[in-house]
Write a protein that binds this ligand. Structure first.
Ligand code: BG6
Length: 505
Protein backbone atom coordinates (compact mmCIF):
# COMPACT_ATOMS: atom_id res chain seq x y z
CA UNK A 1 0.00 0.00 0.00
CA UNK A 2 1.46 3.40 -1.00
CA UNK A 3 1.63 6.24 1.47
CA UNK A 4 -0.55 9.32 1.23
CA UNK A 5 0.38 11.41 -1.80
CA UNK A 6 0.24 15.13 -1.20
CA UNK A 7 -1.05 16.92 -4.27
CA UNK A 8 -1.31 20.44 -2.90
CA UNK A 9 -0.49 21.89 0.45
CA UNK A 10 -3.23 23.88 2.16
CA UNK A 11 -2.26 27.42 1.15
CA UNK A 12 -0.74 29.83 3.58
CA UNK A 13 -3.27 32.37 4.74
CA UNK A 14 -2.37 36.02 5.23
CA UNK A 15 -2.86 37.84 8.53
CA UNK A 16 -6.16 39.68 8.41
CA UNK A 17 -9.25 40.83 10.25
CA UNK A 18 -12.50 39.00 9.61
CA UNK A 19 -15.55 41.22 10.07
CA UNK A 20 -18.73 39.22 10.61
CA UNK A 21 -21.71 41.33 9.53
CA UNK A 22 -24.70 39.98 11.44
CA UNK A 23 -22.53 38.62 14.22
CA UNK A 24 -25.43 38.01 16.59
CA UNK A 25 -27.19 35.77 14.07
CA UNK A 26 -27.56 32.03 13.90
CA UNK A 27 -24.90 31.36 11.25
CA UNK A 28 -22.26 33.25 13.21
CA UNK A 29 -23.01 31.26 16.34
CA UNK A 30 -23.43 27.82 14.84
CA UNK A 31 -20.80 27.89 12.14
CA UNK A 32 -18.53 30.91 11.81
CA UNK A 33 -17.29 31.38 15.37
CA UNK A 34 -16.73 27.62 15.94
CA UNK A 35 -14.93 27.35 12.58
CA UNK A 36 -12.66 30.31 13.32
CA UNK A 37 -11.94 28.90 16.75
CA UNK A 38 -11.03 25.52 15.26
CA UNK A 39 -8.69 27.14 12.77
CA UNK A 40 -6.91 28.82 15.60
CA UNK A 41 -7.02 25.86 17.94
CA UNK A 42 -5.90 23.03 15.75
CA UNK A 43 -4.49 24.32 12.54
CA UNK A 44 -1.45 26.30 13.60
CA UNK A 45 0.41 25.32 10.48
CA UNK A 46 -2.39 26.38 8.16
CA UNK A 47 -4.18 29.14 10.01
CA UNK A 48 -2.72 32.62 9.65
CA UNK A 49 -0.25 33.49 12.36
CA UNK A 50 -2.60 36.13 13.46
CA UNK A 51 -6.15 37.04 12.68
CA UNK A 52 -8.69 39.09 14.53
CA UNK A 53 -12.44 38.76 14.41
CA UNK A 54 -14.76 41.72 14.66
CA UNK A 55 -18.47 41.03 15.15
CA UNK A 56 -20.58 43.81 13.63
CA UNK A 57 -24.32 43.84 14.22
CA UNK A 58 -27.25 46.10 15.02
CA UNK A 59 -27.74 45.36 18.68
CA UNK A 60 -25.57 47.03 21.34
CA UNK A 61 -23.74 44.41 23.38
CA UNK A 62 -20.84 44.64 25.81
CA UNK A 63 -17.66 43.00 24.55
CA UNK A 64 -17.66 40.58 27.47
CA UNK A 65 -21.20 39.49 26.62
CA UNK A 66 -20.22 38.92 22.98
CA UNK A 67 -17.21 36.85 24.02
CA UNK A 68 -19.30 34.83 26.42
CA UNK A 69 -22.00 34.19 23.77
CA UNK A 70 -19.23 33.12 21.40
CA UNK A 71 -17.75 30.79 24.02
CA UNK A 72 -21.08 29.13 24.67
CA UNK A 73 -21.65 28.73 20.92
CA UNK A 74 -18.17 27.31 20.33
CA UNK A 75 -18.54 24.91 23.26
CA UNK A 76 -21.80 23.65 21.78
CA UNK A 77 -21.04 23.59 18.07
CA UNK A 78 -17.28 23.25 17.66
CA UNK A 79 -16.14 19.82 16.47
CA UNK A 80 -13.17 20.13 18.87
CA UNK A 81 -13.59 20.29 22.56
CA UNK A 82 -12.90 23.73 23.93
CA UNK A 83 -9.39 23.99 25.27
CA UNK A 84 -9.18 26.68 27.94
CA UNK A 85 -5.83 28.05 26.83
CA UNK A 86 -6.75 28.12 23.14
CA UNK A 87 -10.06 29.70 23.92
CA UNK A 88 -8.48 32.46 26.00
CA UNK A 89 -6.11 33.30 23.15
CA UNK A 90 -8.92 33.21 20.63
CA UNK A 91 -11.28 35.25 22.79
CA UNK A 92 -8.65 37.95 23.12
CA UNK A 93 -8.83 38.42 19.36
CA UNK A 94 -12.64 38.79 19.36
CA UNK A 95 -14.12 42.27 19.26
CA UNK A 96 -17.64 43.58 18.85
CA UNK A 97 -19.19 46.71 17.40
CA UNK A 98 -22.88 47.63 17.16
CA UNK A 99 -24.41 50.11 14.74
CA UNK A 100 -24.76 48.09 11.53
CA UNK A 101 -27.76 50.24 10.57
CA UNK A 102 -26.75 53.51 12.25
CA UNK A 103 -25.90 56.41 9.93
CA UNK A 104 -22.40 56.58 11.41
CA UNK A 105 -21.98 52.84 11.78
CA UNK A 106 -19.52 52.34 8.92
CA UNK A 107 -17.37 55.30 9.94
CA UNK A 108 -17.10 53.70 13.38
CA UNK A 109 -16.32 50.38 11.71
CA UNK A 110 -13.40 51.96 9.88
CA UNK A 111 -12.07 53.51 13.10
CA UNK A 112 -12.43 50.24 14.99
CA UNK A 113 -10.64 48.28 12.29
CA UNK A 114 -7.75 50.73 12.37
CA UNK A 115 -7.59 50.42 16.16
CA UNK A 116 -7.56 46.63 16.04
CA UNK A 117 -4.89 46.57 13.35
CA UNK A 118 -2.70 49.03 15.22
CA UNK A 119 -3.11 47.21 18.54
CA UNK A 120 -2.37 43.76 17.09
CA UNK A 121 0.18 44.80 14.48
CA UNK A 122 -2.02 43.46 11.69
CA UNK A 123 -1.87 44.73 8.10
CA UNK A 124 -5.15 46.19 6.79
CA UNK A 125 -6.17 42.94 5.10
CA UNK A 126 -9.91 42.73 5.58
CA UNK A 127 -12.50 40.06 5.01
CA UNK A 128 -16.14 41.12 5.16
CA UNK A 129 -18.38 38.14 5.84
CA UNK A 130 -21.92 39.22 4.95
CA UNK A 131 -24.01 36.97 7.16
CA UNK A 132 -27.06 39.17 6.63
CA UNK A 133 -30.36 38.74 4.73
CA UNK A 134 -30.02 39.18 0.94
CA UNK A 135 -32.13 42.34 0.98
CA UNK A 136 -29.63 43.98 3.35
CA UNK A 137 -26.62 43.23 1.09
CA UNK A 138 -26.93 46.18 -1.37
CA UNK A 139 -27.06 48.83 1.33
CA UNK A 140 -24.19 47.24 3.21
CA UNK A 141 -21.96 47.11 0.13
CA UNK A 142 -22.72 50.73 -0.83
CA UNK A 143 -21.89 51.88 2.67
CA UNK A 144 -18.64 49.94 2.76
CA UNK A 145 -17.57 51.74 -0.38
CA UNK A 146 -18.70 55.18 0.77
CA UNK A 147 -16.77 54.71 4.01
CA UNK A 148 -13.60 53.98 2.01
CA UNK A 149 -13.48 50.42 3.28
CA UNK A 150 -12.88 48.69 -0.06
CA UNK A 151 -9.27 48.57 -1.24
CA UNK A 152 -8.66 48.42 -4.98
CA UNK A 153 -7.73 44.99 -6.32
CA UNK A 154 -3.99 44.65 -6.63
CA UNK A 155 -3.39 47.07 -3.73
CA UNK A 156 -0.75 46.07 -1.20
CA UNK A 157 -3.47 44.89 1.17
CA UNK A 158 -6.58 42.99 0.29
CA UNK A 159 -10.28 43.47 0.81
CA UNK A 160 -12.40 40.36 0.27
CA UNK A 161 -16.12 39.95 0.60
CA UNK A 162 -17.89 36.69 1.39
CA UNK A 163 -21.49 36.43 0.25
CA UNK A 164 -23.78 33.77 1.66
CA UNK A 165 -26.52 32.05 -0.26
CA UNK A 166 -29.23 32.80 -1.20
CA UNK A 167 -27.94 35.36 -3.67
CA UNK A 168 -31.28 36.91 -4.58
CA UNK A 169 -34.73 35.43 -4.46
CA UNK A 170 -35.16 34.94 -8.21
CA UNK A 171 -33.15 35.41 -11.39
CA UNK A 172 -33.74 39.16 -11.63
CA UNK A 173 -32.83 39.94 -8.03
CA UNK A 174 -29.78 37.67 -8.25
CA UNK A 175 -28.59 39.57 -11.33
CA UNK A 176 -29.20 42.84 -9.53
CA UNK A 177 -27.09 41.77 -6.55
CA UNK A 178 -24.40 40.46 -8.88
CA UNK A 179 -24.38 43.78 -10.77
CA UNK A 180 -24.01 45.64 -7.50
CA UNK A 181 -21.20 43.40 -6.25
CA UNK A 182 -19.32 43.89 -9.53
CA UNK A 183 -19.68 47.67 -9.36
CA UNK A 184 -17.99 47.77 -5.97
CA UNK A 185 -15.62 44.81 -6.02
CA UNK A 186 -13.41 43.11 -8.55
CA UNK A 187 -14.37 39.46 -9.21
CA UNK A 188 -11.10 38.41 -7.55
CA UNK A 189 -12.37 39.95 -4.30
CA UNK A 190 -15.75 38.17 -4.24
CA UNK A 191 -16.23 34.78 -2.54
CA UNK A 192 -19.73 33.33 -3.01
CA UNK A 193 -20.10 30.60 -0.47
CA UNK A 194 -21.98 27.32 -0.80
CA UNK A 195 -20.99 25.34 2.27
CA UNK A 196 -21.59 22.01 0.48
CA UNK A 197 -18.40 22.68 -1.47
CA UNK A 198 -16.43 22.72 1.76
CA UNK A 199 -17.60 19.26 2.81
CA UNK A 200 -14.86 16.63 2.64
CA UNK A 201 -17.05 14.14 0.81
CA UNK A 202 -18.09 16.70 -1.77
CA UNK A 203 -14.45 17.54 -2.43
CA UNK A 204 -13.78 13.84 -2.68
CA UNK A 205 -16.19 13.55 -5.63
CA UNK A 206 -13.54 15.28 -7.69
CA UNK A 207 -10.79 12.95 -6.53
CA UNK A 208 -12.94 9.87 -6.91
CA UNK A 209 -13.77 10.75 -10.48
CA UNK A 210 -10.47 12.05 -11.74
CA UNK A 211 -7.85 10.18 -9.72
CA UNK A 212 -9.33 6.76 -10.60
CA UNK A 213 -9.30 5.78 -14.24
CA UNK A 214 -11.68 2.94 -13.52
CA UNK A 215 -14.53 5.26 -12.58
CA UNK A 216 -13.84 7.84 -15.23
CA UNK A 217 -14.08 5.22 -17.97
CA UNK A 218 -17.49 4.08 -16.77
CA UNK A 219 -18.81 7.60 -16.31
CA UNK A 220 -21.31 8.42 -19.03
CA UNK A 221 -24.15 7.29 -21.24
CA UNK A 222 -22.40 4.19 -22.49
CA UNK A 223 -22.44 2.58 -19.04
CA UNK A 224 -24.70 4.59 -16.76
CA UNK A 225 -28.43 3.91 -16.74
CA UNK A 226 -29.44 6.79 -14.51
CA UNK A 227 -28.26 8.97 -11.62
CA UNK A 228 -30.08 9.96 -8.42
CA UNK A 229 -29.18 12.73 -6.01
CA UNK A 230 -31.03 12.82 -2.68
CA UNK A 231 -30.47 15.40 0.05
CA UNK A 232 -32.78 14.49 2.91
CA UNK A 233 -33.13 16.24 6.25
CA UNK A 234 -35.03 15.10 9.30
CA UNK A 235 -35.18 18.63 10.70
CA UNK A 236 -38.22 20.76 10.06
CA UNK A 237 -38.25 24.49 9.55
CA UNK A 238 -37.34 25.01 13.22
CA UNK A 239 -36.96 28.64 14.20
CA UNK A 240 -36.18 29.80 10.68
CA UNK A 241 -39.72 30.46 9.45
CA UNK A 242 -38.98 34.08 8.65
CA UNK A 243 -36.22 33.11 6.25
CA UNK A 244 -37.59 29.79 5.03
CA UNK A 245 -41.20 30.53 4.23
CA UNK A 246 -40.50 33.10 1.50
CA UNK A 247 -37.80 30.77 0.13
CA UNK A 248 -38.94 27.13 0.16
CA UNK A 249 -36.93 24.05 -0.77
CA UNK A 250 -36.36 25.05 -4.38
CA UNK A 251 -34.56 28.29 -3.55
CA UNK A 252 -33.05 27.06 -0.29
CA UNK A 253 -31.52 23.79 -1.50
CA UNK A 254 -31.92 23.21 -5.25
CA UNK A 255 -30.59 26.50 -6.60
CA UNK A 256 -27.33 26.01 -4.75
CA UNK A 257 -26.44 22.72 -3.03
CA UNK A 258 -28.15 20.31 -5.44
CA UNK A 259 -26.89 22.18 -8.51
CA UNK A 260 -23.36 21.98 -7.13
CA UNK A 261 -23.63 18.24 -6.58
CA UNK A 262 -25.04 17.79 -10.07
CA UNK A 263 -22.20 19.81 -11.59
CA UNK A 264 -19.52 17.86 -9.72
CA UNK A 265 -20.97 14.51 -10.65
CA UNK A 266 -21.49 15.35 -14.32
CA UNK A 267 -18.58 17.69 -15.19
CA UNK A 268 -15.89 16.91 -17.74
CA UNK A 269 -12.31 16.61 -16.47
CA UNK A 270 -10.97 20.16 -16.19
CA UNK A 271 -7.69 20.88 -17.96
CA UNK A 272 -5.89 21.60 -14.66
CA UNK A 273 -6.42 22.04 -10.94
CA UNK A 274 -6.56 25.77 -11.49
CA UNK A 275 -9.69 27.25 -9.90
CA UNK A 276 -10.91 28.85 -13.16
CA UNK A 277 -10.51 25.57 -15.03
CA UNK A 278 -12.53 23.69 -12.42
CA UNK A 279 -15.23 26.34 -12.21
CA UNK A 280 -15.52 26.46 -16.02
CA UNK A 281 -15.93 22.70 -16.24
CA UNK A 282 -18.72 22.84 -13.66
CA UNK A 283 -20.40 25.72 -15.41
CA UNK A 284 -20.49 23.74 -18.66
CA UNK A 285 -22.78 21.20 -16.98
CA UNK A 286 -25.34 23.91 -16.29
CA UNK A 287 -24.94 25.22 -19.82
CA UNK A 288 -25.91 21.76 -21.05
CA UNK A 289 -28.78 21.32 -18.60
CA UNK A 290 -31.90 20.90 -20.71
CA UNK A 291 -34.42 23.71 -20.12
CA UNK A 292 -37.88 22.61 -19.05
CA UNK A 293 -39.96 21.82 -22.14
CA UNK A 294 -42.86 24.04 -23.23
CA UNK A 295 -45.23 21.10 -22.92
CA UNK A 296 -45.15 18.49 -20.17
CA UNK A 297 -42.90 20.39 -17.77
CA UNK A 298 -45.37 19.85 -14.94
CA UNK A 299 -44.73 16.11 -15.11
CA UNK A 300 -41.00 16.59 -14.50
CA UNK A 301 -41.20 18.48 -11.19
CA UNK A 302 -42.97 17.52 -7.96
CA UNK A 303 -43.45 19.85 -5.03
CA UNK A 304 -44.83 19.00 -1.63
CA UNK A 305 -44.90 20.04 2.00
CA UNK A 306 -44.84 17.99 5.13
CA UNK A 307 -47.92 17.20 7.17
CA UNK A 308 -47.84 16.13 10.82
CA UNK A 309 -46.06 12.86 11.47
CA UNK A 310 -43.44 11.07 13.51
CA UNK A 311 -39.71 11.73 13.20
CA UNK A 312 -37.19 9.97 15.44
CA UNK A 313 -40.07 8.57 17.48
CA UNK A 314 -41.45 12.02 18.17
CA UNK A 315 -44.75 13.43 16.99
CA UNK A 316 -44.08 16.65 15.03
CA UNK A 317 -46.49 19.24 13.57
CA UNK A 318 -47.10 19.77 9.88
CA UNK A 319 -45.40 22.69 8.14
CA UNK A 320 -48.55 24.82 8.18
CA UNK A 321 -48.62 24.61 11.98
CA UNK A 322 -44.97 25.37 12.63
CA UNK A 323 -44.21 28.52 14.59
CA UNK A 324 -44.15 31.65 12.44
CA UNK A 325 -45.66 30.12 9.28
CA UNK A 326 -48.43 32.39 7.97
CA UNK A 327 -51.83 30.72 7.36
CA UNK A 328 -51.66 31.74 3.69
CA UNK A 329 -48.29 30.04 3.17
CA UNK A 330 -47.94 28.02 -0.02
CA UNK A 331 -44.31 27.03 0.43
CA UNK A 332 -42.83 23.71 -0.59
CA UNK A 333 -40.56 21.80 1.79
CA UNK A 334 -39.83 19.05 -0.74
CA UNK A 335 -38.91 19.12 -4.42
CA UNK A 336 -38.16 16.26 -6.80
CA UNK A 337 -37.38 16.65 -10.48
CA UNK A 338 -36.01 14.88 -13.48
CA UNK A 339 -33.23 16.55 -15.42
CA UNK A 340 -31.25 15.87 -18.58
CA UNK A 341 -27.80 17.01 -19.60
CA UNK A 342 -27.51 17.51 -23.32
CA UNK A 343 -23.88 16.73 -24.03
CA UNK A 344 -22.14 13.71 -25.53
CA UNK A 345 -21.24 12.18 -22.21
CA UNK A 346 -24.74 12.19 -20.75
CA UNK A 347 -27.04 12.06 -23.76
CA UNK A 348 -30.10 9.99 -22.82
CA UNK A 349 -29.19 9.51 -19.12
CA UNK A 350 -31.88 10.77 -16.75
CA UNK A 351 -30.86 12.53 -13.54
CA UNK A 352 -33.39 12.44 -10.69
CA UNK A 353 -32.91 14.92 -7.85
CA UNK A 354 -34.89 15.38 -4.65
CA UNK A 355 -34.58 17.19 -1.38
CA UNK A 356 -36.90 17.62 1.55
CA UNK A 357 -37.26 18.51 5.18
CA UNK A 358 -38.80 16.19 7.77
CA UNK A 359 -37.76 13.04 5.99
CA UNK A 360 -37.01 10.01 8.19
CA UNK A 361 -33.32 10.79 8.68
CA UNK A 362 -30.57 13.13 7.60
CA UNK A 363 -28.86 11.61 4.60
CA UNK A 364 -27.35 12.86 1.37
CA UNK A 365 -26.42 10.35 -1.30
CA UNK A 366 -25.57 10.17 -4.94
CA UNK A 367 -26.60 6.91 -6.54
CA UNK A 368 -25.30 5.85 -9.93
CA UNK A 369 -27.00 2.86 -11.45
CA UNK A 370 -25.17 1.16 -14.28
CA UNK A 371 -26.76 -0.55 -17.26
CA UNK A 372 -28.20 -4.03 -17.07
CA UNK A 373 -25.97 -6.88 -18.16
CA UNK A 374 -26.99 -8.17 -21.60
CA UNK A 375 -29.76 -10.78 -21.59
CA UNK A 376 -27.39 -13.53 -22.62
CA UNK A 377 -25.95 -15.39 -19.65
CA UNK A 378 -27.42 -14.33 -16.35
CA UNK A 379 -30.19 -11.99 -17.23
CA UNK A 380 -32.51 -14.27 -19.18
CA UNK A 381 -35.51 -15.58 -17.26
CA UNK A 382 -34.97 -13.57 -14.13
CA UNK A 383 -33.64 -10.02 -14.09
CA UNK A 384 -30.46 -9.62 -12.08
CA UNK A 385 -29.82 -6.31 -10.34
CA UNK A 386 -27.42 -3.99 -12.14
CA UNK A 387 -24.16 -2.69 -10.62
CA UNK A 388 -24.54 0.48 -8.62
CA UNK A 389 -22.27 2.98 -6.96
CA UNK A 390 -23.61 4.86 -3.95
CA UNK A 391 -21.66 7.85 -2.69
CA UNK A 392 -22.69 8.82 0.84
CA UNK A 393 -22.10 12.53 1.32
CA UNK A 394 -23.38 12.54 4.90
CA UNK A 395 -23.64 11.10 7.48
CA UNK A 396 -21.68 7.82 7.49
CA UNK A 397 -19.47 9.27 4.75
CA UNK A 398 -18.15 6.80 2.24
CA UNK A 399 -19.10 4.85 -0.82
CA UNK A 400 -20.27 1.43 -1.73
CA UNK A 401 -20.23 -0.50 -4.96
CA UNK A 402 -22.73 -3.24 -5.59
CA UNK A 403 -21.57 -6.19 -7.66
CA UNK A 404 -22.99 -9.65 -8.23
CA UNK A 405 -21.23 -12.68 -6.79
CA UNK A 406 -21.83 -16.41 -6.85
CA UNK A 407 -23.32 -17.64 -3.65
CA UNK A 408 -21.16 -20.54 -2.43
CA UNK A 409 -22.87 -23.89 -3.05
CA UNK A 410 -23.53 -26.53 -5.66
CA UNK A 411 -26.24 -24.52 -7.40
CA UNK A 412 -25.48 -21.55 -9.54
CA UNK A 413 -27.05 -18.79 -7.55
CA UNK A 414 -25.98 -15.17 -7.64
CA UNK A 415 -26.55 -12.41 -5.21
CA UNK A 416 -25.65 -8.70 -5.00
CA UNK A 417 -22.86 -7.96 -2.54
CA UNK A 418 -21.59 -4.64 -1.41
CA UNK A 419 -18.01 -3.38 -1.37
CA UNK A 420 -18.11 -0.69 1.23
CA UNK A 421 -15.66 2.09 2.06
CA UNK A 422 -16.30 3.99 5.26
CA UNK A 423 -14.28 7.13 5.72
CA UNK A 424 -14.30 6.98 9.49
CA UNK A 425 -12.73 3.55 9.59
CA UNK A 426 -10.31 4.18 6.71
CA UNK A 427 -9.06 7.62 7.70
CA UNK A 428 -8.34 8.49 11.27
CA UNK A 429 -8.96 11.86 12.84
CA UNK A 430 -11.92 14.18 12.42
CA UNK A 431 -12.36 16.08 9.16
CA UNK A 432 -12.41 19.85 9.22
CA UNK A 433 -15.85 21.40 9.09
CA UNK A 434 -16.92 22.87 5.74
CA UNK A 435 -16.74 26.42 7.09
CA UNK A 436 -13.17 25.93 8.34
CA UNK A 437 -11.98 24.89 4.91
CA UNK A 438 -13.86 27.74 3.23
CA UNK A 439 -12.78 30.47 5.64
CA UNK A 440 -9.19 29.39 5.27
CA UNK A 441 -9.53 29.55 1.48
CA UNK A 442 -10.87 33.09 1.72
CA UNK A 443 -7.89 34.02 3.89
CA UNK A 444 -5.53 32.59 1.29
CA UNK A 445 -7.48 33.92 -1.71
CA UNK A 446 -8.28 30.54 -3.30
CA UNK A 447 -11.54 30.58 -5.30
CA UNK A 448 -11.69 26.90 -6.23
CA UNK A 449 -14.43 25.98 -3.75
CA UNK A 450 -16.48 29.12 -4.33
CA UNK A 451 -19.27 29.75 -6.77
CA UNK A 452 -18.69 31.84 -9.88
CA UNK A 453 -21.06 34.63 -10.95
CA UNK A 454 -21.95 32.69 -14.10
CA UNK A 455 -22.82 29.58 -12.09
CA UNK A 456 -25.17 31.60 -9.90
CA UNK A 457 -26.83 33.01 -13.00
CA UNK A 458 -27.16 29.67 -14.81
CA UNK A 459 -28.56 27.84 -11.82
CA UNK A 460 -31.06 30.63 -11.22
CA UNK A 461 -32.12 30.41 -14.87
CA UNK A 462 -33.08 26.79 -14.38
CA UNK A 463 -34.75 27.35 -11.01
CA UNK A 464 -36.57 30.40 -12.38
CA UNK A 465 -38.15 28.25 -15.08
CA UNK A 466 -39.64 26.07 -12.32
CA UNK A 467 -40.81 29.13 -10.37
CA UNK A 468 -42.46 30.48 -13.54
CA UNK A 469 -44.13 27.14 -14.15
CA UNK A 470 -45.60 27.12 -10.65
CA UNK A 471 -46.67 30.75 -10.96
CA UNK A 472 -48.33 30.33 -14.36
CA UNK A 473 -50.13 27.05 -13.78
CA UNK A 474 -52.11 27.24 -10.57
CA UNK A 475 -53.46 23.73 -11.11
CA UNK A 476 -50.05 22.22 -10.31
CA UNK A 477 -50.64 20.45 -7.01
CA UNK A 478 -48.81 21.04 -3.75
CA UNK A 479 -48.60 17.43 -2.56
CA UNK A 480 -48.37 16.43 1.07
CA UNK A 481 -46.18 13.87 2.77
CA UNK A 482 -46.27 12.76 6.35
CA UNK A 483 -43.32 14.02 8.38
CA UNK A 484 -40.99 11.04 8.77
CA UNK A 485 -41.77 9.62 5.31
CA UNK A 486 -39.60 9.68 2.20
CA UNK A 487 -41.74 12.26 0.43
CA UNK A 488 -45.01 12.23 -1.49
CA UNK A 489 -46.24 9.35 -3.64
CA UNK A 490 -46.02 11.72 -6.63
CA UNK A 491 -42.21 11.72 -6.30
CA UNK A 492 -42.21 7.92 -6.40
CA UNK A 493 -44.38 8.00 -9.50
CA UNK A 494 -41.98 10.45 -11.17
CA UNK A 495 -39.17 7.91 -11.09
CA UNK A 496 -41.34 4.80 -11.41
CA UNK A 497 -42.66 6.15 -14.72
CA UNK A 498 -39.19 5.31 -16.11
CA UNK A 499 -39.07 1.92 -14.41
CA UNK A 500 -36.83 2.97 -11.50
CA UNK A 501 -37.08 3.30 -7.72
CA UNK A 502 -35.52 5.88 -5.42
CA UNK A 503 -32.72 4.60 -3.31
CA UNK A 504 -33.43 5.93 0.17
CA UNK A 505 -30.45 7.09 2.20
C1 BG6 B 1 -28.63 25.37 4.32
C2 BG6 B 1 -30.12 25.52 4.23
O1 BG6 B 1 -28.00 26.02 3.26
O2 BG6 B 1 -28.27 24.00 4.30
C3 BG6 B 1 -30.81 24.75 5.34
O3 BG6 B 1 -30.48 26.88 4.30
C4 BG6 B 1 -30.33 23.33 5.38
O4 BG6 B 1 -32.21 24.80 5.20
C5 BG6 B 1 -28.81 23.26 5.38
O5 BG6 B 1 -30.84 22.72 6.54
C6 BG6 B 1 -28.32 21.83 5.23
O6 BG6 B 1 -26.94 21.80 5.43
P1 BG6 B 1 -26.21 20.50 5.99
O7 BG6 B 1 -24.77 20.85 6.00
O8 BG6 B 1 -26.78 20.25 7.34
O9 BG6 B 1 -26.55 19.40 5.02
Amino acid sequence: MTDTIHIAQAQAASPCTVVIFGASGDLAKRKLIPALYNLRACGQEVAPNEFAVLGFARRPMALEEFRETARVAAARFSRLELDQKCWREFAASLDYLSGLDDPDGFRHLKERLEQIEAARGLPPNRIYYLSIPPEAVPDCVERLDTAGLIAKPGAANFTRVVVEKPIGTDLDSALEIEGLLCRHFDESQIFRIDHYLGKETVQNLFVLRFANTIFERMWGARNVDHVQITVAESEGVGSRAMYYDPAGALRDMVQNHLMQLLALIAMEPPISLDSDAIRDAKLNVLRALRPLPQVGARDLVVRARYAAGVVDGEQVPGYAHEKGIPPTSHTETFVAFKAAIDNWRWAGVPFYLRTGKRMPARGSIIYIQFKDVPRILFNREKKVPPNALTIRIQPDEGLSFEVLAKQPGLDIAIRPVRMNLRYDSEFSGPSPEAYERLLLDVMSGDHTLFVSAQFVEKSWEFVQSILDLWRDDVTIPMHEYAAGSHGPAAADKLIQADGHEWLDP
